[in-house]
Design a binder for this molecule. Structure first.
Ligand code: ASP
Length: 324
């Protein structure tokens, strides 16, 4: 599925870059050594942007940014990442204006774009779409969210943020709150966190539990997890409170959505019971899950998370294009 692909005549990159020419489809491709590599390059990218704004590392390279679902942060941070590294972007955010509307298949769209670009970032509503695209493409495919499946680049930036803010990953107690059934970010984050000695707490309405296949991964590595409906029960003991939006677009019965959409609201009252050293995260967009009143609380990490997305995506683009 993730065979080495032809990226042209690039000079060899950093010795420990295992990503050259590879697809990024799932977090299961990452172990601690690979995570360390991406986080180190991510940190270098942060320094680069803060000092110089941009560089010419990917000059002459082209990214096709292909989004079949709405996106603000993922799409614009990939675009900014490519531009800050001196590359160019073909942005296809409105597939309704492309030949997709004429009935073109995903493989044909991918084959078209890879004849113009060096790497393709793909967001698609169907689980497994990125893997299908990768099967047909010779150039690297980066999964930017495949339906209710995975969102690996979000999980990488989430982990990077936890490590930066709390200075460690091992030993942390991490709660994920809200729509754990349809939220692809928590699927990927959970599967990435099993590389570390963490304890999981899953807080969700009855109808939105973490899928069994994700729980099986957690069980398989011997990690402890606890499931509850009550966020008040656990707020005082967690190091990370990762809040998610109830994914309205995945519901077939909107009455069910209305019943659970406001089950969890992180506000000042709830935060008064949280530890002093902890962080609140959210992949964004938020609807009502986090009160604007806590945005200035130093524990609110979601805007830092969003900025880190660009550094991590710079690191990934440099890595797959052989320049990491
Ligand atoms: N932006 C994230 C995603 O694309 C989270 C969300 O939409 O709720 O999965």
């Amino acid at each position: 599925m993730t065979n080495t692909k032809d990226t042209g005549q690039l000079p060899a990159g950093h010795v420990s870059n295992d990503f050259r020419g590879q697809d990024i489809l799932s977090v299961s491709q990452f172990d601690r050594a690979k995570l360390d590599y991406i986080f180190n390059v991510g940190q270098e990218m942060q320094v680069l942007v803060e000092r110089f704004g941009s560089a010419d590392l990917l000059q002459g390279k082209i990214l096709a940014n292909l989004f079949y679902e709405p996106s603000t942060r993922t799409s614009s941070s990939f675009m900014a990442a490519m531009l800050r590294l001196g590359g160019q972007v073909i942005p296809i955010n409105n597939v309704q204006y492309s030949s997709v509307t004429k009935g073109e298949s995903l493989p044909d769209t991918i084959r078209t774009l890879e004849s113009y670009a060096d790497v393709i970032v793909l967001r698609h509503p169907e689980l497994g779409a990125a893997a299908i695209a990768a099967h047909y493409a010779k150039k690297p495919i980066i999964n930017a969210g495949d339906g209710v499946g995975e969102h690996p680049t979000q999980a990488l930036l989430d982990l990077f943020t936890i490590n930066q803010d709390l200075g460690q990953l091992d030993g942390l107690k991490i709660a994920m709150v809200g729509d754990l059934k349809y939220g692809r970010t928590v699927h990927s984050l959970t599967k990435l966190l099993i590389n570390y000695g963490v304890e999981f707490v899953f807080v969700n309405p009855d109808i939105l539990p973490m899928p069994e296949d994700v729980l099986d991964v957690v069980r398989g590595t011997g990690h402890t997890f606890h499931q509850t409906k009550n966020v008040h029960e656990i707020i005082g003991e967690v190091d990370v409170l990762y809040v998610t939006r109830v994914q309205k677009e995945r519901f077939t019965d909107l009455e069910q959505y209305d019943r659970v959409k406001d089950d969890y609201v992180v506000d000042e009252a709830l935060m008064s019971h949280a530890k002093q050293k902890m962080i609140v995260m959210h992949p964004l967009p938020r609807i009502n899950e986090i009160s604007y009143a806590i945005d200035d609380d130093p524990r609110a990490a979601y805007f830092r998370q969003m900025r880190n997305g660009m550094y991590i995506r710079m690191a990934l683009l440099a890595a797959v294009l052989g320049k990491g």
